[in-house]
Write a protein that binds this ligand. Structure first.
Ligand code: SF4
Ligand code: SF4
Length: 89
């Protein structure tokens, strides 16, 4: 039996199209728990060196890593504060 496709393709191709995406993080909702960082398969999120108004180091997309994001939404699903929005091309 042939496998037709995977849920999250290794090479970011789904039906011949490269998957690209980006995220926005509402930094004021972020508590710095790092779940999104842990679960992002492309490792394009890190903690900022800045603090938000509540005193947490917040998560952000790494600089120049926008193209690494596939828009898989794993980060948004793992965020307990619902602080992440995902956009897909
Ligand atoms: S959408 Fe996927 S690849 Fe993009 S930052 Fe979130 S977990 Fe990482
Ligand atoms: S999972 Fe949500 S609350 Fe936790 S660091 Fe990421 S954006 Fe912040």
């Amino acid at each position: 039996m042939k496998k037709i496709c995977k849920t999250v393709p290794k090479n970011r191709r789904l039906f011949g199209k490269i998957m690209r995406g980006t995220i926005t993080i509402d930094t004021e909702f972020c508590k710095g728990c790092e779940y999104c960082i842990e679960f992002c398969p492309k490792k394009v999120i890190h903690l900022s060196e800045k603090l938000n108004v509540k005193g947490y180091y917040f998560a952000e997309l790494k600089e120049n890593e926008e193209n690494g994001c596939t828009g898989c939404a794993t980060c948004a699903i793992s965020c307990p504060e619902a602080a992440i929005e995902v956009y897909r091309e």
